[in-house]
Design a protein around this ligand. Structure first.
Ligand SMILES: [Zn+2]
Length: 345
């Protein structure tokens, strides 16, 4: 990924031994030098690194963008993607795969797929297509969408603000009971595995099966959270677009981490609660930029009074109270009050 990133940003990246045909068609790679920069066997390098490849786009009216000889051809006439010579070093070797629906949609929205990346995901060859689009952000209306990112146990809270008043707000959480029961299963299996390990039996058939099970349960937890994060991003971006809102994001994930420690949540569960929250923020930004939604990062405290700036005290049920001016609000709603202050400036 680091390599791809560099190449994509117009740096020259040297690649170890690799098919001549592929070398010249790497996205943005200017020269090929037999290089020992990575010091690994080509096969292993290829397997562990994602390689950016040039694409040619052939649209339904037969117009074409990109290099005619690019190894990845996106043919919108037949809705197929053709990988030429990438999978086998024979000049006419082509692998045809169906065009994903989302690619057609992104192109309809004015996006372009200038390069694709090929690599291994879960030991399977995987072609990742990267869509990009240049858009000017719109002029925001009198709406503001505030997104306060916390660990999943408290959720990601959004608030819709119009002309200085909170119209709606809601903490969004995945189904925690489901996540926590999966976590408990993984802990139980982990203990069992630990016992086997102490007896030196973890490499036995039973031990290996147990280990595979642990990994499977963990993967399931992360897949569920990832899926939830993705859907939530989608909903929030739609919401912002509907109201032509300015989006304010507070991603105090570190603060959430501290809060989890204070609440004495076990380390493993802490990790689960925080999993995919960074990815959520990244995904959110990518999508906001894609649709030209203006956004800003702002610090929106939930423990300081938005009226008189005194420290707030937390009461039963995550209710925050100011002992100085009497301000009172649910903890997740306090950031919304801070956002209003910013809107007024
Ligand atoms: Zn106060």
């Amino acid at each position: 990924m680091a390599l791809t990133n560099l190449a994509y940003r117009d740096y020259e990246v040297l690649v170890p031994d690799m098919l001549k045909y592929v070398q010249y068609q790497l996205y943005g790679f200017k020269n090929y030098t037999r290089s020992l920069v990575f010091g690994t066997m080509p096969k292993r390098w290829f397997a562990e690194t994602w390689v950016p490849l040039k694409t040619v786009r052939i649209y339904s009216n037969s117009s074409m963008k990109g290099s005619r000889v690019a190894p990845v051809a996106l043919d919108f006439r037949d809705s197929v993607i053709k990988l030429r010579q990438v999978c086998k070093n024979e000049s006419r070797y082509v692998v045809t795969i169906p065009m994903p629906e989302w690619v057609v949609e992104r192109v309809k929205e004015g996006g372009d797929i200038k390069f694709a990346m090929i690599g291994l995901e879960n030991d399977e060859p995987y072609l990742a297509l990267v869509a990009e689009r240049v858009v000017e952000p719109y002029q925001p209306s009198n709406y503001m969408l505030v997104i306060d990112v916390n660990a999943w146990n408290n959720g990601i809270t959004w608030g819709l603000i119009r002309d200085g008043s909170i119209i709606r707000w809601k903490p969004e959480r995945p189904r925690l009971s489901e996540i926590e029961s999966l976590y408990n299963i993984s802990v139980r299996l982990g203990r069992k595995y630990g016992r086997l390990k102490r007896l030196g039996l973890h490499k036995t058939v039973e031990g290996r099966r147990l280990w595979r099970n642990i990994k499977r349960v963990r993967r399931k937890i992360y897949a569920k959270l990832r899926d939830y994060a993705q859907k939530l991003v989608h909903r929030l971006v739609r919401k912002a677009l509907r109201h032509k809102a300015l989006v304010i994001i507070d991603d105090m994930i570190e603060e959430s981490r501290r809060e989890l420690i204070e609440e004495r949540i076990p380390r493993g569960l802490r990790k689960v609660y925080l999993a995919e929250t960074r990815r959520f923020v990244k995904l959110l930004i990518t999508q906001l930029e894609w649709y030209g939604v203006p956004y800003e990062f702002k610090r929106l405290p939930s423990t300081i009074c938005p009226i008189c700036k005194h420290e707030l005290t937390q009461e039963e049920g995550r209710v925050m109270v100011c002992n100085n001016c009497g301000f009172k609000a649910p903890r997740d709603k306090v950031p919304m009050h801070w956002a209003i202050l910013y809107q007024c400036i």
